[in-house]
Design a protein around this ligand. Structure first.
Ligand SMILES: C[S@@+](CC[C@H](N)C(=O)[O-])C[C@H]1O[C@@H](n2cnc3c(N)ncnc32)[C@H](O)[C@@H]1O
Length: 220
């Protein structure tokens, strides 16, 4: 599905979020300040690399690798930078092709809720992080507050698939993307999943009244 929507994926992200995704990614990229000099960073489910490039814009000295299962997303990611500053690899987040302790931080923007096994993905992220390494997640969680519920249950389903159909020719993909928010964990369930995988939450941000959340967790 992600391969199908790859050509219009970035444009639709910006349109559907009214440009807020750019601000959210940049705010999450600030977590790099907590890392040692020239850190090695993994961007899980990197897609077209927007989170990886947001990190590079803020900290040009990082060494960053993006992995994703969908080759067409990676192709678009590579085309964004002739200098090849992001290393893009096709791989599964459930079975990472890296040795243990290879990275100082691992980003994942809007990727975790699309994975078939969250706990395996979190354990893999922990395995490839150094002790004390950071996991930085930007995600849409199952709504709990009234505004989030109004947005995800009524507002978003009324315009997201329609725009997905007009601009990407794929209403079903965008219906899935909105539906997957309701089927994912709530923020407190996710916090518990992080702890079960061996992480401690160190920072949490709430974006646009809880429409999206950013979490930074440290490996124990
Ligand atoms: C909603 S997109 C997010 C892309 C990007 N991180 C962003 O911020 O725009 C989810 C991505 O997860 C990828 N994905 C889904 N299952 C995966 C898996 N098992 N391993 C790696 N990537 C996966 C998809 O190909 C897709 O690019």
């Amino acid at each position: 599905m992600f391969g199908r929507i790859a050509p219009s994926y970035d444009a639709l992200n910006h349109i559907l979020s009214f440009g807020m995704d750019i601000v959210w990614r940049s705010r999450m990229a600030k977590a790099v300040r907590r890392l040692p000099h020239a850190p090695r960073i993994l961007d899980l489910c990197t897609g077209t690399g927007d989170q990886a490039y947001a990190v590079l814009r803020r900290s040009p000295g990082v060494r960053i690798t993006g992995i994703d299962a969908a080759r067409p997303m990676l192709t678009i990611g590579r085309q964004k930078d002739r200098e090849g500053r992001v290393v893009f690899l096709q791989a599964s987040a459930l079975r990472l092709p890296f040795r243990g302790g290879a990275f100082d931080a691992c980003f994942c923007a809007f990727g975790l809720r699309n994975l078939p096994n969250l706990s395996t993905a979190l354990k893999e992220a922990r395995r490839v992080l150094k002790p004390g390494g950071l996991l930085i997640v930007l995600e849409f969680f199952k709504p709990t507050g009234w505004f989030e519920r109004l947005f995800y249950e009524f507002i978003a389903p009324s315009y997201v698939p329609r725009l997905g159909s007009w601009l990407a020719g794929d209403a079903a993909a965008y219906r899935y993307l909105i539906g997957s928010v309701g089927s994912f964990l709530t923020i407190s369930q996710f916090h518990e999943a992080l702890e079960n995988a061996g992480f401690v939450l160190v920072a949490r941000k709430r974006f646009f009244f809880g429409i999206a959340h950013g979490l930074t967790a440290r490996c124990q």
